[in-house]
Design a protein around this ligand. Sequence first.
Ligand SMILES: Nc1ncnc2c1ncn2[C@@H]1O[C@H](COP(=O)(O)OP(=O)(O)OP(=O)(O)O)[C@@H](O)[C@H]1O
Ligand SMILES: [Mg+2]
Length: 490
Amino acid sequence: MLVMQGVCKSFGATQALSEVSFSVSPGEVVALIGENGAGKSTLMKLLSGAHLPDDGSMQLAGRPYRPMGPNDARRQGIAMIYQELNLAKDLSVEDNLMLGREKHRWGWVSRKEQRKKVVEILELIGHPDLSPTRLVGQLSIGAQQLVEIARALLSDAKVMIFDEPTSSLPKKDVDRLFAIIDRLRQQGIAIVYISHFLEEIRRIASRFVVLRDGQVVGGGPMESTSDPEIVTMMAGRSVENQFPKVPHSIGVPVLRTQRLTGRVPSDVSLELRKGEIFGLFGLVGAGRTETLRQIFGLDKTLFGTVELADERLRSTPRHCLRAGLGLVSEDRKTEGLAQNLSIADNLTLSDLSPVSRFGVLHLSKRTRVVREWMQRMSVKARSSEQSIGELSGGNQQKVAIARVLHQNAEVLLLDEPTRGIDVRTKADIYQWIGELAATGKSILFVSSYLPELVAVCDTIGVMAKGRLREVRAADAWTEQDILSVAVSNE
Ligand SMILES: Nc1ncnc2c1ncn2[C@@H]1O[C@H](COP(=O)(O)OP(=O)(O)OP(=O)(O)O)[C@@H](O)[C@H]1O
Ligand SMILES: [Mg+2]
């Protein structure tokens, strides 16, 4: 269905892709994998018409393919399902499906016929919340993603590309998504699936292709290749321990919330001790992010208190920063990082007194500090002055983490810190978290990825419907227990 040959793409001095060849057949699901910054998204953006290749050729259904732009690519049958959704939240499902569609295709179609087609496609997708008149803004993220897929189906897509589609989906929606992908495959659509989760890739793909530093370094059938073999291809060396542990000891309570209640979390009382890694698990919407936001003073507290080292925290982010709290927020695009600012600016944004710490005289010091962080976190970028928006997704996340580390906070609130991060760097992040705990920092770690919570945390609390349901030492939980508390309704 699709063949790319000797494709090259540079951004200024960065060679993002060199001589890449890639293909996918009708009815095949190919996993495109590789570390952060390897070139996966860029390769797919050449297909979707977001970028033009510098060199190389592409063929779609046996004919030369050279999209003039995203609309042209869509017309020719390429559909891209991005992680960041592209929908108009105030419009209905049907209006979203019809958005941007050319007049001549639907112009003569009556509203009734249009509705029939829409209903047909929504039935194929089979999500109970998806009706033509429903406002998209009222749907869960999982259901919104299905609207994007419905849109692709409506335009008779030949190739569908999923770029890290599941990183913000609850398990139930992941299962549904996979069932749909399987149906699309059976209909002869060619599918490219990008993800950092090998367990997912195994469920859905039959073949994989590994990119490293903009080149294809391996590939083959999923069946006959083991996880360590794939990880070695991605990293260029073997990754011994996926969940490294750093010995650390737990001290006195540092952060305490009492009956903390806001718009979402209700009655959350928890205690975080010195040197403790406290995991917060829950399904999407359970109130974990909101709890962190409350603690950090970003959302209004209706009731309850937060104490840091026995002193009541005033609930403003500025005060929290000063008091030694650091937050890595889940949504790095809209509230985590300033997309137009440089890596250096983003990293040092929270320096409380920029003039005294990094005034003009200290510019060289700042540059040195920033370089050190970039090296420590292996941030892949041209220079510390490159703007954040140009980095690959995972590398943006690394900068967000480096920022709170640089801020030297005593208590770190980490909201899904490994989302979009490759296997090797995930292991690095667990190592850092362990080292932080060993130096007496306390970490509140929100994650939807159970294996990491169970492996890394000392204590795990499970939230459901805005409440903290149960807290136990990590080794007193099984994954099954955690899940069953997370879905509890009482
Ligand atoms: N618009 C751009 N301007 C400059 N450099 C870019 C741009 N887009 C991508 N790059 C660079 O190209 C390289 C490949 O990035 P890409 O986003 O394709 O990586 P990726 O494999 O998708 O990584 P991730 O797993 O982190 O999403 C990176 O070094 C990145 O900084
Ligand atoms: Mg990417």
